[in-house]
Design a protein around this ligand. Structure first.
Ligand SMILES: [Zn+2]
Length: 754
């Protein structure tokens, strides 16, 4: 490429990526897949690496973060970042308006903008000439922490404005205020990921967002899916606005993510009529809110009202009833789940929180209990929010009278008396007995539940009755139930038995991924099960794979005989190495999955152990066998090493293997459906779709893929065809420019039928 071409391409990629980021994170309307996005992103990254002179200061690649920033310098905000006074009921709002009226002209008409009060971390972002120059936390309102590097990694915070150049020239200066938070689903996803890696779950979304934003390494921040909402202008040059409502529209035009739920209210009565509906909607919103913010719409009026202390008079926070309360922790109940995990639950003196009476609350795990120093008899703060199980935030240490006692994990399982175990590095305790009645009960409950085998008519009571009467011991036994012994049970009438047997029969032919989900392998939910069944066509394949991994793992540990003896050295480095060598499936195989020079890399890794050439060669051979055996699992995107280990453990467990064999014998489906392939006529061809067609976009895309072709979102020289429907977009122009043929939907359909 000529240097001019390169510069042009860098600009083009940069513009395109900015547009996609905006569509994805602000409009929630992506037009390309994640893969395509990654491809464009990598192309830009490569070009910038080769030609750093062309890299743009606001390049989207800047969002990946760097390890350059160390601590956070303090920066002064251009204007004080004010707080809001609070209203706790409608009377407070009426009084607030009354006070304001006294300060304004007699005939002043007060209109309002009402919006949710986000429970996130306040942020102040500055743009000079449209380019993000600085982002700081609220701090004390006057000074904040400079967290620019971290905020640059948040994709909904534009690096330049306006994001869409159709919206005119950028303001010469704009300082905005907003909130950084986790969307509820992103927070849940983060915790699922934590769990998949065997790490403790985060408890509080707001604190986690704050912690994520204050990472010293912005690459860590970039891994967290934070969202930035912008709702106010702190300072500006070259921006003329008269009202709050206009401000929100202006911010939206600039490309900021702005709450779409703001309401324009004609007067305070209008505001009051909306309060209840807002509170009722609270749990349905994608983010946590702790109330509403009410602002006088007219900016001249707001300026006239001024500031009292640190609070502007023209705005007020309307707080929802508290979702936290304190009460006494009177006892602990212990639960054991299907994996054997032991969970303590706090028994509380009943307390009314956010509209419901709460009498027990989660304590997460014993490590958390110890970390928070929660004691039996303590007064504790309990939080309830949405549908989440209420949980104990912590003790009110000041309320202690000395009668409180420490809470320790029990030594033995309360259901089967087996000694509890805590795996190395785990925060949880487990009952290791697979025949523990409580574990069996939970396993069966999960197995028949909706989303798993979905066996109707098999509630907890039925399961308990079946176990009690010796009809089932494990999941597989369900498929061997017959009418006669069931009819002999109390409360099992003919109709009920018929229905139950019919739904058991139906469960035999669930799709493979559903059956796999039902097995209850730790960390393998329906999404992960789907990933696995895309790569393994039957349970037999999985079992074979797990067996091969177990065997090569065992052989690997045999080659280590004597290597980890004391005389080989000691110290933290050697200990760390020893740990890795003892856990080759999670610690070594994934690292060296595609290593071409395994012996060389192993030699470097094992240097502190002073081993011989011969030993090294043996280890390399042994490890390469383990890598070969585990590669089919390790190379599944989205399946972390801990999950691979869980799978291997499950499928090599003698008890589980027997259960599986019984299920197969009974005719339970354990095979993936063959994917329908219509043909390969479009193999190697790339299509871009634009305009309205006779069928939904997704259908046309599926059609292309069924014939071996690919659909991408943007036109490049590599595009084979642009398919143009009615009123096609600018992609047609781009196709002409790139000399890519443009065809109609009819041409396309002719192409398929050959
Ligand atoms: Zn037990």
């Amino acid at each position: 490429m000529m240097s001019g071409d390169i510069q042009g391409r860098v600009q083009e990629l940069s513009d395109e990526l900015h547009d996609h980021i905006y569509r994805y994170h602000v409009l929630n309307d992506p037009i390309i897949t994640d893969d395509e996005y990654d491809r464009l992103f990598r192309e830009l990254q490569d070009l910038e690496a080769e030609h750093p002179e062309y890299a743009l200061p606001d390049s989207p690649t800047q969002r990946v973060g760097s390890d350059l920033s160390g601590d956070f310098p303090k920066v002064r905000h251009p204007a004080p970042i004010l707080s809001l006074s609070n209203a706790f009921d409608e009377d407070d709002l009426v009084n607030w308006e009354e006070r304001n009226r006294r300060l304004l002209a007699e005939d002043a008409k007060l209109q309002y903008v009402l919006q949710p009060k986000l429970d996130g971390l306040a942020i102040v972002i500055s743009y000079e000439g449209g380019v993000l120059t600085r982002a700081a936390t609220r701090g004390n309102g006057e000074f904040g922490d400079d967290v620019s590097a971290n905020v640059r990694t948040i994709r909904s915070a534009p690096l330049r404005i306006p994001v869409n150049s159709d919206k005119g020239a950028p303001p010469s200066r704009l300082v905005v205020r907003g909130e950084i938070l986790f969307h509820k689903e992103d927070f849940l996803a983060l915790n699922r990921e934590q769990e998949a890696q065997g790490l403790p779950a985060y408890v509080n979304a707001r604190n986690t967002a704050s912690g994520s934003l204050k990472q010293k390494d912005s690459r860590e921040t970039s891994k967290r899916k934070l969202t930035a909402y912008i709702y106010a202008i702190v300072d500006s040059e070259g921006v003329e606005l008269d009202s709050e409502w206009e401000t929100l529209q202006y911010l939206r035009d600039m490309g900021f993510k702005v709450i779409s739920d703001a309401a324009y209210c004609q007067d305070l009565d209008d505001v009051r009529r909306r309060l209840d509906a807002w509170e009722a909607r609270r749990d349905d919103l994608p983010y946590e809110i702790d109330g509403l913010v009410l602002k006088v719409d007219s900016l001249p009026q707001a300026r006239e009202l001024g500031v009292v202390g640190k609070d502007p008079r023209g705005a007020i926070a309307y707080k929802f009833p508290a979702e936290e309360a304190t009460t006494k922790l009177v006892g602990i109940t212990i639960g054991v789940g299907r994996t054997g995990k032991v969970t303590p639950t706090a028994q509380l003196e009943p307390v009314f929180i956010g509209g419901v009476t709460v009498s027990n609350a989660s304590l997460h795990n014993y490590e958390q209990v110890a970390a928070l120093d929660i004691r039996q008899g303590d007064r504790v703060i309990v939080k309830r929010s949405g549908d989440v199980i209420p949980y104990v935030i912590g003790p009110v240490a000041g309320a202690r009278d000395g009668s409180e006692s420490a809470i320790n994990p029990p030594e033995c399982c309360p259901f089967c008396e087996t000694k509890l175990a805590q795996p190395a590095g785990a925060v949880d305790w487990f009952c290791p007995n697979p025949k523990c009645p409580e574990r069996v009960m939970r396993t069966l409950e999960f197995f028949v539940s909706r989303g798993a085998m979905d066996i109707e008519g098999m509630g907890p009571q039925t399961i308990a009755a079946l176990i009690e009467n010796g009809l089932i011991d494990d999941e597989a036994d369900i498929f061997y139930l017959t009418a006669e012994p069931l009819l002999a049970l109390e409360g099992f009438a003919k109709k009920k038995v018929e229905n139950l047997l019919a739904s058991i029969e139906a469960a035999k032919s669930r799709p493979f991924e559903q059956t796999l989900t039902s097995l209850g392998i730790d960390g393998i939910g329906s999404t992960v099960a789907g990933l696995i069944t895309e790569n393994f066509s039957s349970v037999q394949d999985l079992m074979d794979s797990a067996g091969a991994i177990e065997a090569t793992e065992k052989a690997f540990s045999e080659t280590l005989q004597g290597l980890l003896d004391d005389e080989r050295g000691s110290g933290a480095e050697v200990e760390k190495l020893a740990f890795r060598l003892r856990h080759p499936l999670t610690e070594l195989a994934p690292r060296y999955l595609d290593a071409a020079d395994l012996p060389l890399r192993l030699a470097r890794l094992l240097k502190p152990l002073a081993i011989s050439e011969a030993e090294l060669a043996a280890i390399a051979v042994s490890l390469s066998r383990l890598i070969a055996a585990s590669k089919p699992l390790h190379s599944i995107d989205g399946l972390g090493p801990v999950l691979v280990e869980n799978i291997v453990e499950w499928f090599t467990d003698e008890h589980k293997k027997r259960v599986l064999a019984k299920m197969l014998e009974a005719g339970v489906n354990m095979r993936a459906e063959e994917k329908a392939v219509a043909g390969s006529g479009l193999a190697g061809k790339t299509f871009v779709l634009t305009g309205a067609m006779s069928a939904p976009r997704g259908e046309i895309k599926a059609l292309v893929e069924a014939h071996g072709g690919k659909v991408t979102g943007s036109v490049s020289k590599k595009t084979s065809y642009v398919v143009a429907g009615d009123s096609p977009g600018s992609k047609v122009d781009k196709a002409v420019k790139n000399k890519v043929p443009v065809i109609s939907e009819a041409d396309f359909r002719a192409l398929i039928s050959g």
